[in-house]
Design a protein around this ligand. Sequence first.
Ligand SMILES: *[C@@H]1O[C@H](CO)[C@@H](O)[C@H](O)[C@H]1NC(C)=O
Ligand SMILES: *[C@@H]1O[C@H](CO)[C@@H](O)[C@H](O)[C@H]1NC(C)=O
Ligand SMILES: *[C@@H]1O[C@H](CO)[C@@H](O)[C@H](O)[C@H]1NC(C)=O
Length: 636
Amino acid sequence: MLKVCVCLVFWFGQTFGVIYQLNETEYERLPRLFELENYEKCMEDPGGIYCVANLDLYADSKNDLYTLIQEYSEFTLKHYNYSRIDRGVCVTRTCKSYASNAGLDINRDLREILEGCLNETLVNKYDIMARVLNMNCVSEKNKDQLNLDYTDYIFLGVFIILVVLSLVGSYCEIYSNDKNNELKHKKGVSANDVLLCFSIPRNYKGLTTIAESEPRVNVFKSVHAFRTIVTFFTVNCHVVFMIGNSFSADPHSFEKAYEYVLGRISFSGTNIVQVFFFSTGMLLTYFMQVSTETRQVTWNLIPKIIFMRWWRLTPSAAMVVAFSATWMRHLASGPLWDFHITHGSSAQCRQFFWAHVLYFNNYIPEDTFCVLQTWYIAADMQLFIVGVLIHFAIRNRSTRFRITTLTVLLLLAMASPALHVWWMDIDAFVMLKPETHRTLSDANFRKMHVLGHNNLSGFIIGLAAGYLVYYLQQKKLEYPNFKIGSFICWCSIPLYILVVYCGSLFYIDGEQSSIALRMLYAGTNRALVGLIGIFWIVGATLKFNGMSQAVMEWRGWVLPSRLSYSVYLLHYIFIDLSLGIRTQLTPVCFYNTFLISVGVFVVTYVVAVPFHLLIEAPTMKLIKLTSSENTEKKIN
Ligand SMILES: *[C@@H]1O[C@H](CO)[C@@H](O)[C@H](O)[C@H]1NC(C)=O
Ligand SMILES: *[C@@H]1O[C@H](CO)[C@@H](O)[C@H](O)[C@H]1NC(C)=O
Ligand SMILES: *[C@@H]1O[C@H](CO)[C@@H](O)[C@H](O)[C@H]1NC(C)=O
């Protein structure tokens, strides 16, 4: 009986034991998580074949080391899964003797050879067996073949048309003699007007001149600063994917980053994107109200408003997705290229291109890799439509009715993520665990974070902010001597960090936190970001934000902010590229990561200038052309 008990305890201990930390000596016992043999050397051999394999480790139940691996991997919050390892092997060199011993032919039985050879190595060294889950091979013969298909030609065609249009447009701009062009044709839109939308000098001027806006709109100047800062942190967060993804040189150091407060805080800040949703909502209701001052606004306008938004966003986004779907896969090659690009992001972009253009991609769970960050653009579009409908429904109602509606909606919006947590028993927010970095998929991310309706809370507070600012301006209220308010405005960024710090407490060792706590944080964290935002903007309206305003309303923020949409779209291409072209393990060093982030940020800005001039600026000009024509018609 005693024996049975002991056995049971032992068995339980074996299955449910979780190891939170290992010291270096213990950690060294585990098989390395990632290894890459030299790829370039392998490709120098005639007929060389290089394979990258994802292995699943297994052993019989009494294996000590295997138990250690399982118990260590069980703590998924801060540890990689060590029973799944990745190996890059030069099959024609390393597995040569295995193949000849087993009497197998390298060109025919590649999978068998790779599996057998890796299994043999692991059995000899660790007494652990391995089977291949996934493999991807590059051979010296077909390394640099370029197989273009019709989609590549379509993309190229569109690109050439854009370049030609902008050249012709610039030519017209520079050499056309009638300088008083603008005065001459008031009726309709001529071909010349359309061409001038593509003119590079004109668009460049538009990008770089900061015109004096209406005084009351100055309240929103700080949006530029917030947009730029949030874009930088988004880039930074995505660069960390590069380090934490497979084939990093020192996975243990990466895991240790979770032990530091600063590391945990930066792994918890995914709700920063609410700043964008907040400002979309705020600008939406504010400018809707401004436009009712000068013209009749009816329900018939809704399709037009939505189309204008769609048109403003889509050509740029579609070009980036189309590039990822087509030419991106021909840019380079390497052992990881097929996995990350050809069969990863490119393949998914081809499959789900339609969803990206219709802004539905965030509701497709399989669409994980294709220009990862575009989920935000889809969610933003969905929320914009909801926002327009809400505005039209409540615009002529009493203030009280509006407040009640928005409050009810806010409560519903806060309930939604909390209910998701409850139903699916997931984390409170996207916790960037090691395996999340490795596979870029996470239950919370796909099932909650990216869905439009779960991001409503920040957005609805934004809608309210738009009404509030307009109302305060109408009443001409000012309150510049509000000292505490001024202090809180200074603290808006520290306050945000405090919110994130609360989230980072979910990273403590031990059992997963209770469901109530998770629901509480999931429900409130987005709204808290919105509340900080609304406090800031009210401060700017009532002018009690003092000197903090001078920092955030600096003119220098305007230019980077104008490019931020392009930068947001483009930066991930560089990250995808560097994931794909790796042939060596990525060093894990946080100083390095910071430098890479700054590098990606700057390079993306440089690329964003021509991108903006070729695609984004012309689309904005074109839509202005049609709308100015319409207003003229109305006035006549
Ligand atoms: C590491 O941990 C093991 C087991 O807990 C222990 O025996 C060993 O002395 C430790 N090594 C160091 C360097 O602390
Ligand atoms: C680790 O990966 C293996 C193989 O994919 C899987 O069976 C196992 O459940 C994973 N372990 C954890 C703790 O997720
Ligand atoms: C790995 O090697 C062991 C021992 O040689 C063998 O029993 C096992 O079947 C092999 N596993 C695979 C997947 O080839």
